[in-house]
Ligand binder design. Structure first.
Ligand SMILES: [Zn+2]
Length: 283
């Protein structure tokens, strides 16, 4: 009898092993800056910047210092992703200091971003061993495994902004990323608009890998339900995080997010530096 009970217990354990739940720990830094952490991986994206253009939240000096010094919770980060080099995403001096202090650190970004930083920080190219340059053609992608993380860099055009009939964001090269951390699929759009995102998706059939959490530029949801429907139809995210909201529009967007939650409950609009969320994801 004891033998059978033992077999039953072993069998039950085997059954449980079929559904493993993995945690994704997200720490909001500011604007589009986040730390993403799973069982064995920790990455930073768009976290080192200082310019909010008077409109967007910026990280505090103490948080920037902690990141550059790799003080907890920013220790054990080995991979840094940068979407593009606008001042509300990247500070050349800080990025150089960070890479210099941590010679094992890899910086994943596009050639235009590297060229820009090198222009601002003479001699930056001396750190080239730490660069992982990924520059796909517009609306194309490149995939690579870096530090055990599968990274797909997607050339989703930066959202357009017209002045005198000219798209003044024409030259700004934006990368969206799809990363896999311990089996968890994360999408970060960078500064995309729904229009530029759709253009990308049209040329790239649905992201085959599952998206557990999608970090999207807030304006991509300006049409509410219709935009959520499009995302569900194409990338089908389990969770959505809204980012890059203008500080003057916080109230308006807090309200909008609450309304949208009736339709898609797994929405998060982080506003406070170091605010965290733990996603428990079954697979
Ligand atoms: Zn931008």
């Amino acid at each position: 009898m004891i033998k059978y009970a033992l077999i039953l217990i072993l069998f039950a354990e085997h059954l449980f092993a079929q559904t493993v739940s993995e945690n994704l720990h997200v720490t909001y830094i500011a604007n589009e800056g986040f730390m993403l952490q799973t069982k064995s991986k920790r990455v930073l994206i768009d976290a080192l910047f200082t310019n909010g253009y008077g409109a967007f939240p910026t990280p505090s000096q103490s948080t920037l210092k902690k990141i550059v010094n790799a003080d907890p919770p920013f220790d054990q980060v080995a991979t840094y992703l940068l979407t593009h080099y606008h001042g509300d995403h990247a500070d050349s001096k800080l990025i150089r200091a960070y890479l210099t202090r941590h010679p094992e650190m890899k910086l994943i970004t596009s050639l235009p971003s590297l060229v820009f930083i090198d222009g601002e920080e003479f001699g930056f190219v001396k750190l080239e061993k730490q660069f992982v340059e990924m520059t796909p053609k517009q609306n194309m992608s490149i995939s690579q495994t870096i530090n055990g993380i599968d990274v797909k860099a997607m050339a989703i055009k930066h959202l357009s902004f017209f002045q005198d009939g000219v798209d003044i964001e024409k030259y700004m090269f934006n990368l969206g990323y799809y990363v896999k951390l311990d089996g968890i699929g994360i999408l970060h759009t960078g500064d995309a608009s729904m229009e530029t995102f759709k253009n990308y998706m049209e040329k790239n059939t649905h992201l085959k890998s599952p998206v557990d959490v999608a970090f999207v530029y807030f304006d991509m949801l300006k049409n509410g339900k219709a935009d959520i429907d499009y995302l569900m139809k194409t990338i089908n995210p389990k969770h959505i995080v809204i980012m890059h909201v203008w500080e003057s529009a916080y109230e308006e967007w807090s309200q909008k997010v609450e309304e949208l939650k009736n339709y898609f409950p797994n929405l998060w609009f982080p506003k406070v530096e170091m605010e965290t969320k733990i996603y428990n994801l079954d697979r």
